[in-house]
Design a protein around this ligand. Structure first.
Ligand code: ADP
Ligand code: ZN
Ligand code: ZN
Length: 728
C-alpha cells in the first residue's frame, strides 16, 4: 500500500499520513497538491513524500480524496529552500509551503494560465507625456499609474476613462497569457546613458565575472552614488545570457522612480509584484516567471519565493531595511533567505545599501561577502554640510527653533526646497485634561491615543483603533482638553503659519494612504521652486528630490536614548538616508540636527567620521557585549487575554531548559513583559534565548518546539518563535 506524507496549512508541526488510492498511485509525487478529508471537512494538502509504511495503523488512515496537480509545484531548488527555512525558523512546513504559493493556488485553483484580459500600455502610451492629458485629470492619473506600474483600482476609474485612453491609442486590452513574445530571442543590449565612474566600473566587472556561481556582494554606496546603475548594468549581462533577475525592494509604493528606470532601460517583460495586485494577475505572474516568459521580477519580500526557469541574479536593494523581516506568522528574513536561495541556485546576489546592516557589514569585514564601495556621488553632486544645533534653552514652536526657522527662510529665499524630518505622525502624541491630568488612552493597549486633527479623531498607533475626540474629560467633566507634544501634522500647520505663501507638503502614512496621492505629491515637488516637505521616514526612502538643499532633523533625542540595542543603528541609517536627500545634482546641501545632547559621542562619530566609522564602533561594542551578530538570538512570544497562561508558558519553558539544557552558554532573559505589554486586548510576554553558536541554539529550539506543542499552556495562549529577531 502506498502512503502519502502530507502537510496542511495549519500551525502544527505534524505530518499526516493518507492512503493513496490505486488509481492515483502512478501520478502522485512530492510537491503536488491534493484534497484530503481532515476532521469533518475537506482540506488542501501538499505531499512531502511517499512511503510504503506508516507509523499509524493502516485501517485508521483516511484516503486521499483527489489530486489537483499532476506534477510538483516546486522546483527542487525552491523545495530545498523552503524545507530549510521551515526548519530554521521552526515554523510548520505546511504553512511555509502554502505561504510560498499565490493565493489562488492556496485555494486549490489550477496552476494554469487563464485567459484573462488586462489593460496594458501601448508603446505610445509608455512614452507619452502625461502632462498633455491635463484636460482629463482622471485619464492623466490613470496613465500616470500605469506608467509607474502602480496598482490600479478599478473603483477609482470608470470604464469610460479606460476607453478614453484606448481611443487615444495609449492603452490596449491584451490577454495575459499572450503578453510576451520571447524576450530571450531578440534581447538587445541597451546603449548606456553615461560613462561609468571608476568605482561603478570596478563593481560591475567584479559582479559579472562571477555570473556562474554563488557569490554574495555588498554594494555600499551613499545615496546618489550610482548603485541602481550598477544593478541595471549587472542585470543587463544576466539578461544577455537569457537568464532572469529578481530584485527585492522594501516597499513598492516608495520606489516608483526606480521601477521606471528598469522599465525604461530594458525592453523585456518586467513584472512588479505589489500588494494591490489582483489574485489572478499574481498567479499569472507566478506562472510566467516559472516558464521564463518574464525576465525581471521586482517585488517586496514574498517575491523571493517566485519560481524561475533560469534565475541568474538576485538584487536586494536597501538590504538594511527592516521590512524584509516578516513580523508576524512565519517570521522569516527575506534578505537572509535570499542569500540562501542564491547559494542553492549558484548565482550571485548583490546586497545594496548606503547604510548596510551591521550583520551584513560584519559578513563583509569577515570576507564572507565581497565588499564593493561607491564613495563618490555620481555626476557632480556634493556631500552636504552638517550642523548640530543645541536647542537647550531655546524656544520651540511645534518643534522648530528660531535658528532652524531662519535657515529655512534663507534656503527658500534662494528658490530652493526644504525638507523637515520628524518621525512622529499625527498632531500630538497626547491629549490631556488641563484640569485633572486625565490622559486619553487606548483601552486595548493601555497607551495614549495620538490626536489627529485633520481626521478629527484619536487614533491608537499601536492597534490602529480610532475613537471620536471627547468633548469633556470623562473624569472631571472639564472641557479643557489640550494636545501635548507635536507630530508632523502640527509641524505642517506651524509652517503654514510661518510661511503662508510657500506650499507645504506633508508625507507620512496618513497623508499617503489614498492611492496615487504620494505620486501626486512627488510630481508637485518635482516641478521645482520653493517648497517645504514635512514627513516621517517615508521621506527618507528612495526618492529623488534634486531641489532640496536644506534638511532639518527636528528631533533626534528619542532615538539616541532607547533601551533597544538596535535603536542607534536604525537612527544612523535614517540619518544617513535623510541627510543624503540634501543637495543632489549640482546644488550643495545642508543638514541641521536639533538635539539637547550635542556632545553625544555616537552622534559626533556619525557626523564627523561617517557611517562606516559609526558601524565599526558599534560592532566593536556589540562584540564586547556579545550581542548579535556576535551571538544568536531567538525570542519566544506568548500572549493571552487574561495575563495568566502566557507568562506561565514562558516560565515552563525556562524550567524545562534549566532541567534539560544545562548548557552554560545558553543565556535566558525573561519571562518579561514585551516592549508593548498590552496590545489589542492581549497581554504580551517574551523570553529571549541567546547562544554563541547558531547550531546549538537551533538544536535546542528544535527540541523545545516539539515539547511546547504538547503543553496545555500553549493551547491556551498565542505563542510564536522569532529566530534572529530584529526588535524586542
Ligand atoms: P543610488 O541608487 O546609489 O541612489 P543612482 O544609480 O540612482 O544612485 O544614481 C544617482 C543619479 O546619478 C541618477 O540620476 C543616475 O541616473 C545618475 N548616475 C548614475 N551613474 C552615473 C554616471 N556614471 N554618470 C552620470 N550620472 C550617473
Ligand atoms: Zn479632567
Ligand atoms: Zn490600541
Amino acid at each position: 500500500m502506498l502512503i502519502a506524507k502530507v502537510v496542511l496549512p495549519i500551525r502544527l508541526h505534524q505530518i499526516f499520513d493518507y492512503i493513496v488510492p490505486d488509481n492515483l498511485c502512478t501520478i502522485v509525487g512530492a510537491g503536488q497538491r491534493i484534497k484530503v478529508p481532515f476532521g469533518n471537512r475537506q482540506a488542501i494538502g501538499i505531499i512531502t513524500a511517499l512511503s510504503k509504511d506508516s507509523e499509524f495503523e493502516l485501517d485508521k488512515l483516511k484516503t486521499i480524496h483527489s489530486i489537483i496537480d499532476n506534477q510538483t509545484l516546486f522546483s527542487a531548488k525552491i523545495w530545498q529552500l523552503l524545507n530549510w527555512a521551515a526548519n530554521y525558523y521552526h515554523y510548520p512546513l505546511g504553512e511555509v509551503l502554502f505561504h510560498a504559493l499565490p493565493i489562488l493556488l492556496r485555494q486549490g485553483k489550477l496552476a494554469a494560465l487563464q485567459e484573462t484580459q488586462i489593460w496594458q500600455l501601448t508603446e505610445k502610451g509608455r512614452h507619452f507625456d502625461t502632462q498633455l492629458l491635463s484636460r482629463s485629470i482622471k485619464q492623466q492619473a490613470l496613465l500616470n499609474l500605469l506608467q509607474a506600474d502602480q496598482p490600479v483600482d478599478n473603483q477609482d476609474f470608470s470604464p469610460a476613462i479606460f476607453k478614453g485612453l484606448q481611443d487615444k491609442q495609449l492603452i490596449e486590452k491584451v490577454a495575459i497569457s499572450s503578453i510576451t513574445n520571447d524576450w530571450r530571442i531578440d534581447f538587445q543590449p541597451q546603449h548606456m546613458p553615461f560613462q561609468l565612474n571608476q568605482q561603478q566600473h570596478t563593481a560591475i566587472n567584479e559582479i559579472v565575472r562571477q555570473l556562474d556561481k554563488f557569490t554574495a556582494f555588498l554594494l555600499e554606496g551613499v545615496t546618489g552614488s550610482g548603485k541602481t546603475e550598477v544593478y541595471l548594468q549587472a542585470i543587463q549581462s544576466v539578461l544577455a545570457q537569457g537568464r532572469q533577475a529578481l530584485v527585492l525592494v522594501p516597499e513598492i509604493g516608495l520606489t516608483p522612480q526606480t521601477i521606471k528606470r528598469f522599465q525604461q532601460r530594458f525592453n523585456v517583460p518586467i513584472v512588479v509584484l505589489h500588494s494591490a495586485m489582483s489574485d489572478k494577475a499574481r498567479l499569472a505572474a507566478w506562472l510566467q516567471c516559472r516558464t521564463g516568459d518574464i525576465a525581471i521580477v521586482i517585488g517586496t519580500r514574498s517575491a523571493l519565493f517566485t519560481p524561475f526557469s533560469n534565475l541568474g541574479m538576485i538584487i536586494v536593494d536597501e538590504e538594511h531595511d527592516s521590512s524584509f523581516k516578516q513580523q508576524e506568522g512565519w517570521r522569516y528574513h527575506a534578505r537572509d533567505l535570499a542569500i540562501l536561495r542564491a547559494k542553492i541556485e549558484q548565482i550571485p546576489i548583490v546586497l545594496g545599501s548606503a547604510t548596510p546592516s551591521l550583520e551584513t557589514l560584519n559578513n563583509a569585514y569577515n570576507q564572507r561577502y565581497r565588499h564593493l564601495l561607491l564613495t563618490e556621488r555620481a555626476g557632480n553632486a556634493q556631500l552636504a554640510k552638517q550642523t548640530i544645533l543645541d536647542i537647550k534653552g531655546l524656544v520651540l514652536t511645534a518643534g522648530l527653533s528660531q535658528p532652524l526657522t531662519a535657515k529655512i527662510k534663507q534656503h527658500l529665499a534662494n528658490n530652493n526646497q526644504v525638507m523637515l524630518f520628524l518621525n512622529r505622525r499625527g498632531f500630538s502624541p497626547l491629549l490631556i485634561c488641563h484640569d485633572c491630568g486625565w490622559i486619553a488612552e487606548c483601552p486595548r493597549c493601555d497607551r495614549p491615543f495620538t490626536y489627529h486633527q485633520k481626521q478629527h479623531k484619536l487614533i491608537c498607533h499601536h492597534c490602529d483603533t480610532p475613537r471620536t475626540i471627547p468633548t469633556q474629560c470623562p473624569k472631571c467633566g472639564s472641557t479643557h482638553l489640550v494636545p501635548i507634544g507635536f507630530g508632523t501634522e502640527q509641524l505642517e500647520q506651524q509652517l503654514n503659519i510661518l510661511f503662508p505663501t510657500i506650499p507645504v507638503t506633508r508625507i507620512d502614512r496618513d497623508s499617503t494612504q489614498k492611492k496615487g496621492s504620494l505620486d501626486q505629491y512627488l510630481q508637485a515637488i518635482g516641478k521645482g521652486g520653493k517648497h517645504i516637505l514635512v514627513g516621517t521616514q517615508i521621506l527618507a526612502k528612495g526618492h529623488h528630490f534634486p531641489d532640496v538643499t536644506l534638511v532639518g532633523i527636528v528631533d533626534v533625542d528619542g532615538a539616541l536614548f532607547s533601551s533597544d540595542f538596535r535603536a542607534t543603528e536604525r537612527f544612523a541609517q535614517i540619518y544617513m538616508q535623510v541627510s543624503g536627500r540634501a543637495g543632489r545634482e549640482n546644488k550643495t546641501g545642508e543638514v541641521i540636527l536639533q538635539t539637547y545632547h550635542p556632545e553625544h559621542p555616537l552622534l559626533n562619530n556619525l557626523l564627523h567620521n561617517g557611517y562606516s566609522a559609526f558601524a565599526k564602533q558599534t560592532l566593536a561594542e556589540r562584540k564586547s557585549t556579545l550581542l548579535p551578530p556576535f551571538s544568536y538570538q531567538a525570542l519566544i512570544h506568548a500572549a493571552d487575554r487574561n495575563n495568566q497562561y502566557a507568562p506561565q508558558l514562558l516560565q515552563k519553558i525556562v524550567d524545562w531548559l534549566h532541567t534539560y539544557h544545562t548548557d552554560p552558554s545558553l543565556w535566558l532573559l525573561g519571562p518579561s513583559p514585551a516592549n508593548q505589554p498590552k496590545k489589542a486586548g492581549y497581554y504580551r510576554w517574551q523570553l529571549l534565548l541567546q547562544h554563541g553558536q547558531r547550531a546549538k541554539l537551533q538544536a535546542i529550539l528544535s527540541e523545545l518546539v516539539i515539547m511546547i506543542e504538547k503543553w496545555s499552556e500553549a493551547k491556551n495562549s498565542r505563542w510564536s518563535i522569532d529566530v534572529d529577531p530584529i526588535d524586542g
